[in-house]
Design a protein around this ligand. Structure first.
Ligand SMILES: C[S@@+](CC[C@H](N)C(=O)[O-])C[C@H]1O[C@@H](n2cnc3c(N)ncnc32)[C@H](O)[C@@H]1O
Ligand code: SF4
Length: 387
């Protein structure tokens, strides 16, 4: 299987805005499916009782990369992203071993998701030595009682120490992930969280509305009426707070849930949103090659077994047809600050959405979401997809 289009990686720059980040065409996502503890809201593919598999899993990831390179050739990656799960839970030397196997460009962005309480200065030194230059910490809240409701194991002091350690180790770009709308979180709690994060001066902030996933402890509590479901108005107020506070502090939104200092956007995530190709390494990881989407088997056991038996770990794939491709491209482009061209859209619907204050003309040929539109992005997208 080829990892990139026959022409190889191409670079594009989004039009229209000053200082835009150059985006890339090929990335590698590595999934690390281990956590020390399962947070009450999380339904990601991760396990808390499989630490005995870690070294076999790392070996399998390395073998998978090498085999793909030997059989199909791997273009040098412009971005590598270790996501989880908790990549900082496995030995930093093991992450470095996987990273070493991945061919990459000299200026590649290499990100690792870390939990604030499983990130040591020693591990960060090893990661920086291996080429990691971006770290994303799962902060979620700077209020102790909110962290407790989310079932997190860290406290705000862990966050301050972890960010300090990352800076000392020489990590160039730090992202802090936040969640808003947790039951029991007041508007003041949320503002204090955002202000606390701004004080730490990260280059990038992601803020996600809490999603209640069925089957999680939080989902069960909400279904049983023990905890209230997140409230749309409360989440809208909190979106306004984070957008205002970050905007005042010099961060600009570039995707509905993501803000960055100029030029500090996450290149790996931009690659997803702008239709670039990416290779998936590890269980439950998803890849994209041209119009084909594919994904690996879900569990670490099945991933290790497939790779050790010399088989592909791919579970399935799907090819998008032309309508699916254009719907997806529209949905992804609309989420971004750069918006989308109006060619091919129903002009009457565009005008209606502009009049409703949900879309704005970025220039005579392009539309983008207003802040009100960002809060109703799915509805706006569906209206525009109805041709
Ligand atoms: C899968 S986690 C991996 C990072 C790391 N394990 C951590 O939690 O610190 C990536 C991010 O997804 C977000 N996330 C996970 N589940 C969510 C949910 N149900 N609602 C909103 N955000 C969620 C959190 O902000 C989290 O930092
Ligand atoms: S939110 Fe992060 S730390 Fe918590 S269970 Fe999910 S992946 Fe693990």
């Amino acid at each position: 299987m080829r990892a990139t289009p026959a022409s190889g990686p191409s670079k594009t720059t989004e039009p229209g805005l000053e200082g835009d980040t150059e985006t890339v065409a090929f990335g590698v996502y590595v999934h690390i499916p281990f956590c020390a503890h399962r947070c009450d809201y999380c339904d990601f593919a991760t396990w808390t009782d499989r630490d005995h598999l870690i070294e076999a899993y790392v070996d399998a990831c390395v073998t998978d990369v090498r085999r793909r390179e030997a059989t199909d050739g791997l273009a040098p990656a412009d971005t590598v992203f270790f996501g989880g799960g908790t990549p900082s839970m496995i030995p930093a030397e093991s992450l470095a071993r996987i990273l070493d196997a991945i061919p990459r460009t000299t200026a590649a962005e290499v990100s690792v998701e870390c939990n604030p309480d499983s990130t040591s200065p020693e591990a960060l030194d090893v990661l920086v030595g291996a080429g990691v230059n971006r770290v994303s910490f799962g902060v979620q809240s700077m209020r102790t009682h909110v962290l407790a409701i989310l079932g997190r194991t860290h406290d705000p002091d862990n966050v301050i120490r972890a960010v300090d350690a990352a800076r000392t180790a020489g990590i160039e770009r730090i992202n802090l992930d936040l969640i808003y709308g947790t039951p029991g979180e007041t508007l003041q709690d949320w503002a204090a969280t955002v202000e606390g994060v701004i004080e730490l001066a990260p280059e990038h902030v992601s803020a996600y509305a809490l999603t209640v996933e069925a089957g999680t402890p939080l989902g069960q509590d909400v279904t049983a009426g023990r905890k209230p479901a997140p409230d749309d108005d409360d989440q809208a107020d909190k979106y306004t707070i984070v957008d205002d506070l970050l905007g005042d502090a010099g961060y600009r939104w570039y995707e509905i849930s993501n803000w960055a200092k100029a030029g500090q956007e996450c290149r790996h995530n931009l690659l997803y949103w702008q239709g670039g190709d990416y290779m998936a390494i590890g269980c439950a990881a998803h890849g994209k090659t041209g119009d084909r989407r594919w994904w690996n088997v879900r569990t670490p056991e099945r991933y290790i077994a497939a790779i050790e038996a010399g088989r592909s770990a791919q579970a399935d794939d799907e090819e998008l047809n032309a309508a699916g491709r254009s719907d997806e491209a529209l949905a992804l482009a609309l989420r971004l600050r750069w918006g989308t061209g109006i060619g091919g859209l129903d002009r009457a619907v565009v005008d209606e959405l502009v009049a409703a204050g949900l879309l704005e003309m970025i220039d005579p040929e392009r539309i983008g979401l207003t802040r009100a539109g960002r809060m109703l992005a799915n509805e706006v997208t569906v209206r525009l997809q109805t041709r």
